[in-house]
Design a protein around this ligand. Structure first.
Ligand code: BG6
Length: 492
């Protein structure tokens, strides 16, 4: 059990707080993982928000939590922890916070910035001015950290002025997903994979996050960012790090983060010289998703023109011994056919095929790690078709469904990460250097798109993206593994 904490959320009435943080805190409390002497302060900018806070929090919890998770008796106890507080980051109210917080030698102290990054610096300065940030306190910051390498450095320096690196917890919520952490367990606790996890056995890797949602009311932000900044710079590169990193010598935050950083530093640059071969940009037009007609990007945006990509696919390479010439195909997009996040490890063919004469080419093994919506691991093998007397090979799938959690446990990335912050464990948070090197790889891609005037190719909503994305793989005689492949394979 963690210690009693003063947990201050700046941006108490924002979407992130109401939709993600409060449900996560409620779940952790419900599972008995939050000290009952913890106070959760939620900054509000006007008295009206304060007066209505508990009603609003109640409504959001009822709508965000799964059926049967919300209980009035739990809410009664949980709501006593919630303490809305009047504070305008750029104005008044800092005294209110100062008076409310308990002495640091008696209580832990966490500041959660659920606010626009433009306010981070100001917030830090005020915390310092009011002497609220002793060395024992921690600060949690959300993505996006910056718009490019330079702006990320500015943000990190501004925070770093008032908090040392070990006090700063930068969130990438993908690292809080239990199935993402399972990647490490799978890799580093199974000899089977330990010995096969390199260029000698692996043909290529696919990392794919497809979404069916569109702009979700974030047009202003998204149109400036695009899929590369919004998803690849953080979530996809973090997944790539976990798949590609060397085994850390210990399971601690320093070792983990050091190994991830080495992967980012080994990424082969994509520049204007190879941008057309190695990258694909797309933008959705109207289409049909799950029998519902949805508008195109420009209609959603209410603009006539935009060159923002809502889809991106890349062929990446990690230039080190382990991954010599093994392509990592990365793909993400909005308004695609299905919501799915997965890592595909495609093994090579057996070195000598004794069945060549009768069976032709044998299908190589494939490991499918499904992160969401279902949490599964599938290993595709070849077996004998038992119904035939003559040896006939038949692909078969070992199918491990991980979603067998008991009712009392709800997998929730934010819950997991908040509990790690409370436990002062930074392993699943991003180090400043990682942010810096991720941008160092992404910036030249954006620059090359600009220089070569690389416009997004249109794709219909409800498809798997632009045709060029298929070509990216087909020219290497490969193809994307799509979510529907998985369901048809399971039925075999
Ligand atoms: C966020 C992006 O970081 O991740 C969103 O800003 C995206 O655009 C979201 O929709 C996806 O997260 P998840 O957990 O729903 O896959």
């Amino acid at each position: 059990m963690n210690n009693a904490t003063d947990f201050v959320i700046f941006g108490g009435t924002g979407d992130l707080t109401l939709r993600k943080l409060l449900p996560a805190l409620y779940r952790a409390f419900n599972e008995n993982n939050i000290n009952s002497k913890t106070h959760i302060y939620l900054t509000c900018r006007n008295q009206n928000d304060i007066d209505n806070y508990l009603n609003k929090a109640y409504d959001f919890l009822v709508s965000q939590l799964n059926q049967n998770e919300f209980e009035e008796t739990i809410w009664k106890k949980f709501s006593q922890m919630l303490k809305p507080i009047l504070l305008d980051i750029k104005g008044d109210g800092w005294d209110n916070l100062k008076n409310a917080l308990r002495p640091i030698h008696k209580t832990e102290r966490v500041f959660y910035f659920a606010i626009a990054p433009a306010l981070y610096a100001e917030c830090c300065e005020q915390l310092n001015k009011y002497q609220l940030n002793p060395v024992e306190s921690r600060v949690v910051v959300e993505k996006p950290i910056g718009y490019d390498r330079q702006s990320a450095q500015t943000i990190n320096t501004a925070i770093g002025h008032f908090f040392s690196e070990n006090q700063i917890f930068r969130i990438d919520h993908y690292l809080g997903k239990e199935t993402v952490q399972n990647l490490l367990v799978l890799r580093f606790s199974n000899l089977l994979f330990e010995n096969m996890w390199d260029h000698r056995s692996i043909d290529h890797i696919q990392i794919s996050i497809s979404e069916t949602v569109g702009l979700e009311g974030r047009a202003g932000f998204y149109n400036e960012a695009g899929a590369l900044r919004d998803m690849v710079q953080n979530h996809l590169l973090q997944l790539l790090c976990l798949v590609a990193m060397e085994p850390p010598n210990k399971l601690n935050s320093d070792s983990l983060r050091t190994e991830k950083l080495k992967v980012l530093q080994s990424l082969r640059p994509i520049t204007q010289d190879n941008i057309h071969e190695e990258s694909v940009r797309g933008q959705y037009i109207s289409g049909n998703i799950n029998s519902t007609q949805v508008a195109g990007y420009l209609e959603e945006l209410k603009r006539e023109k935009s060159f923002c990509e809502t889809f991106v696919a890349l062929r990446a390479h990690v230039d080190n011994w382990r991954w010599k010439e093994v392509p990592f195909y990365l793909r993400t997009g909005k308004r695609l056919k299905e919501r799915c996040a997965e890592v595909i490890v495609q093994f090579k063919s057996v070195s000598h095929n004794i069945y060549a004469k009768s069976q032709g080419i044998i299908q190589p093994n494939r490991l499918v790690i499904l992160i969401q919506p279902n949490e599964k691991i599938q290993l595709q093998l070849n077996c004998k078709n038992l119904a035939e007397t003559e040896t006939q090979l038949k692909p078969a799938t070992l199918d491990l469904n991980l979603n067998t959690s008991s009712n009392s446990f709800q997998s929730d990335a934010y819950k997991r990460l908040i509990l790690d912050v409370l436990a002062n464990d930074p392993s699943l948070f991003i180090h400043r250097e990682e942010i810096d090197h991720a941008w160092a790889w992404v910036d030249p891609i954006i620059e090359a798109w600009k220089i070569t005037d690389y416009q997004p190719e249109l794709y219909s909503a409800g498809t798997w993206g632009p045709e060029a994305a298929d070509k990216l793989l087909s020219q290497d005689s490969r193809s994307w593994h799509n979510a529907q492949d998985l369901s048809s394979e399971t039925q075999q």
